[in-house]
Design a protein around this ligand. Structure first.
Ligand SMILES: Nc1ncnc2c1ncn2[C@@H]1O[C@H](COP(=O)(O)OP(=O)(O)OP(=O)(O)O)[C@@H](O)[C@H]1O
Ligand SMILES: [Mg+2]
Length: 269
């Protein structure tokens, strides 16, 4: 098993404090977060009264069976989806209390997204896609940082290409560059390696890990992949809309053991 660089300095493995909205050590926090879809007999509670704190400057993975609410939780934390009840903070700002316009601005300024399906605009080049969120926010990318991101992700020879002219791995690296370029406070990634081969996936995971260790970024990643989860500092396990477990400094083997327990539960119910 390859070793990943990790920043464990001062970590005690205790649950983050929940009494303060935000707080210096929490980049994001949710309290009694519930999200339901549908009405009456089609009603589904995707996320059920979840309390969670996302530690600043750390890499958090979210795992759990299909349908356990991982994407829904992430979309709510990122302000991409409304909540049915409960409260969410990004830093000190309660995003569940924001008007749409303010929420859009906060997302633009403070949050980066990486999706399984890349979500690049097909009629823009790679470089135009990378800088688009910053252009919309009337912010100018730091050229040195942009160059560093492009070099790290090895997409320098693809910057004038459109998404249809790139492989999936290249498209995802462009999507990562787009998320990194504004140096957001929080990066959310939903199965970022789901459509990549193991080599391209390892590159993306290495970049996420380094963004935490070297740039003090905060990354939250939903994944099904045991190897991907082992890059994180902490894994939060979701089952049926609830947080059922968490693990600090995970290894591939320990995550596998924990996921097997979900399979056993599923088989007996
Ligand atoms: N837009 C929606 N409308 C209705 N139900 C939804 C919607 N989005 C999610 N759900 C339901 O909410 C539950 C949680 O879905 P979610 O997509 O969050 O799961 P997940 O853990 O991300 O699953 P996967 O691993 O398959 O991506 C599921 O039962 C799903 O069918
Ligand atoms: Mg999902």
């Amino acid at each position: 098993m390859r070793k990943h660089r990790r920043n464990d300095g001062g970590h005690t493995g205790t649950t983050p404090p929940r009494d303060l909205p935000g707080g210096p050590e929490l980049a994001s926090r949710a309290s009694a977060l519930t999200k339901t879809f549908g009405v009456d007999d089609t009603r589904v509670t995707a996320v059920d009264a979840v309390d969670i704190g996302i530690e600043r400057g750390r890499f958090t993975a979210v795992m759990g069976p299909s349908g356990s609410g991982k994407s829904t939780l992430m979309h709510c934390l990122a302000g991409l989806d409304s909540v049915t009840s409960g409260h969410i903070w990004v830093g000190d700002t309660e995003i569940t209390a924001l008007k749409d316009k303010d929420l859009t601005q906060l997302r633009r300024d403070k949050i980066g997204f990486i999706f399984q399906t890349f979500n690049l605009l097909p009629y823009l080049t790679a470089m135009e896609n990378i800088v688009l969120p910053m252009s919309i926010a009337h912010r100018k990318p730091d050229q040195g940082w942009l160059d560093q991101v492009v070099a790290t992700l090895e997409i320098g020879d693809r910057l004038r290409h459109r998404p249809s002219q790139m492989s999936g791995g290249q498209q995802q690296r462009v999507a990562c560059a787009r998320a990194f370029v504004g140096r957001p406070e929080l990066i959310f990634a939903d199965e970022p390696t789901g459509n990549l081969d193991s080599h391209a996936g390892a590159e993306v995971l290495g970049v996420l890990r380094r963004s935490v260790d070297e740039l003090r970024q905060t990354v939250v990643m939903v994944t099904h992949d045991l190897v991907a989860a082992s890059y994180a500092d902490r894994v939060v396990f979701l089952g049926d809309g609830h947080i059922v477990d968490e693990m600090h400094t995970p290894t591939h083997e320990r995550v596998l053991e924990r996921m097997k327990r979900f399979d056993a539960t599923t088989r007996t119910t």
